[in-house]
Write a protein that binds this ligand. Structure first.
Ligand code: NAD
Length: 487
């Protein structure tokens, strides 16, 4: 790791295969959230710099779209090898800039690699379909083509996995790409781009422009950009979807979440405690599939809450680079302050604070740490039930039965994930049929689908039609031509 204190470097843009320093004259500090130290400076690039990247991508597209699909796939085999070789280094970089534990970061790297593996299946994924005789002597066929230049806008919480939902599949389908990473975690993406170049991809196929809303607005308005993939918070997702579609682009915008986990009285409680603990407090709760609300049948609520709180006391909080650390910092001081405001709001609304993460020793240090925080007796309508807090804060809602648990879950404005812990197949079936969320888990905490399935979500958790990954991803990054022919 070369990024140590005193060596904070300027993050560069990657345009047309070259590393270029931004000339915008604007930059922001990138912090190590575990220490508060500045580790780099990220440029807030200008519209002109974005335009240069789109021009490069557009030029590269005219060649790249003609590269035979199996050849395109072969680049991804090489890329996959490089990512595997560099897994540990990539994970260390994620921990440095995001704060999550090294173990979580290694898991993220693996999920990113799986996206590249899926993209390498492009020859099969890109296939069309034919019917040899739609009428006597007349045949019809569907052929699949890329769109052109695609833009991607990523959040801070998965610096590797989320960009890997986007550019590998888009590029494997024959598009070229302009990526704007989160300004809070810009380092990992540059390493991904370096390895991309090492895998031999031609210049201009992937471009990286660092910055903020000016670059986003540029992507949303640029005539040459045909589609935009966005992942981030709900208000920005809605904005990106509305602006992008108003400019005639395809947009998939994956947004915020407030995932509920239902625990019925017949659940294996050891298992439920372990999984909820990990889903609520792992990655400091900064996961769009985190468990934010436990909806617990009242018969077992005292026992479950007591056991989760006791287990939370045993979690090691600290710098994710250290062995055995479970809970790292949140991304910025502002996120910590915002979470503390929510703790106050929970108290004002008369929820019962069972465990106060502000009191953990780590919360007094330099990093942006907050210990596991648990509120019991939360009721729908309270701020801590409704809003996405995106921090290690678990709200517990007590219910009398499954029907009430489903009703509470479905009342949430978000609909990303939902889980159930139970031994009853009938309850699982009712949950599956009645729950209004896109990704469901049964007796597990974080039901994030693998790269060959869509990353689903509804309501305020998703804006668009086609989700990221899987067949949806292929549909999103391609257009079809129908040929009808008589010979
Ligand atoms: P964010 O919305 O603050 O930022 C996401 C991206 O949008 C960044 O690249 C940022 O630069 C840009 N952006 C921010 N404000 C903007 C504005 N006003 N105009 C234009 N662009 C803007 O999100 P974040 O804090 O980086 O990430 C956390 C959020 O992402 C959480 O809400 C989380 O649930 C969500 N998320 C969702 C999924 C999912 O699959 N649904 C996955 C990961 C993260």
């Amino acid at each position: 790791m070369t990024l140590l204190t005193g060596q904070a470097s300027k993050v560069k843009n990657y345009i047309n295969g070259a590393w270029v320093e931004s000339s915008s004259g604007r930059q922001e500090e990138v912090f190590n959230p575990a220490t508060g130290e500045i580790i780099a400076y990220v440029p807030i690039s200008s519209r002109e710099e974005l335009d240069a990247a789109v021009r490069a991508a557009s030029r590269a597209y005219s060649e790249w779209k003609r590269v035979a699909v199996p050849r395109r796939a072969r680049y991804f085999f090489r890329y996959q090898q490089l990512l595997v070789q560099h897994s540990k280094e990539l994970a260390e970089l994620i921990t440095l800039e995001n704060g999550k534990s090294l173990e979580e970061a290694l898991g993220e790297v693996q999920r990113g690699i799986e996206c590249v593996e899926f993209a390498a299946g492009a020859p099969t994924l890109m296939m069309g379909s034919q019917l040899p005789d739609i009428a006597t002597g007349v045949e019809s066929g569907m052929y699949r083509y890329p769109l052109g230049v695609v833009g991607g806008i990523a959040p801070f919480n998965f610096p590797m996995m989320v960009p890997c939902w986007m550019f590998p599949l888009a590029v494997a389908c024959g598009n070229t790409f302009v990526l704007k990473p989160s300004e809070r975690t810009p380092l990992l993406v540059n390493r991904l781009a370096e390895l991309f170049a090492e895998a031999g991809f031609p210049p201009g196929v992937l471009n990286v422009v660092h910055g903020a809303h000016e670059v986003v607005d540029g992507l949303l308005a640029h005539e040459e950009v045909k589609a935009v993939s966005f992942v981030g918070s709900q208000p920005v997702a809605e904005y990106v979807y509305k602006q992008g579609t108003a400019h005639g682009k395809r947009v998939q915008a994956l947004a915020g979440a407030k995932n509920h986990s239902i625990v019925l009285k017949d659940a294996d409680l050891d298992h439920a405690v372990k999984n909820i603990l990990s889903a609520a407090f792992g990655s400091a709760g900064e996961r769009c599939m985190a468990c934010a609300v436990a909806v617990v049948q009242e018969d077992i609520a005292d026992e479950l809450v007591g056991r989760i709180a006791a287990a939370a006391d045993g979690l090691k909080i600290g710098n994710g680079q250290e062995e055995g650390v479970f809970l790292g910092p949140v991304i910025r001081q502002a996120n910590k302050d915002r979470t503390i405001d929510y703790i106050e709001a929970g108290l004002d609304e008369k929820a019962v604070l069972v465990r106060d993460g502000r009191k953990d020793a780590a919360a007094a240090g330099n990093g942006y740490f907050l210990g596991p925080t648990i509120f019991d007796h939360v009721v729908p309508g309270m701020k801590i039930w409704r809003d996405e807090i995106f921090a290690p804060l678990l709200a517990v809602v007590r219910v009398k039965d499954l029907a009430e648990a489903i009703a509470v879950t479905n009342e949430s404005p978000f609909a990303n994930g939902a889980c159930i812990y139970t031994d009853s197949a009938r309850a699982v079936r009712e949950f599956r049929e009645e729950i209004d969320a896109g990704m469901l888990g049964v007796n597990l905490g974080v039901p994030a689908p693998m790269a060959f399935f869509p990353f689903s979500g509804y309501k305020k958790s998703f804006y668009g039609d086609l989700h990221a990954n899987g067949r949806d991803g292929v549909e999103f990054y391609t257009r079809k031509k129908m040929i009808t022919a008589r010979y």
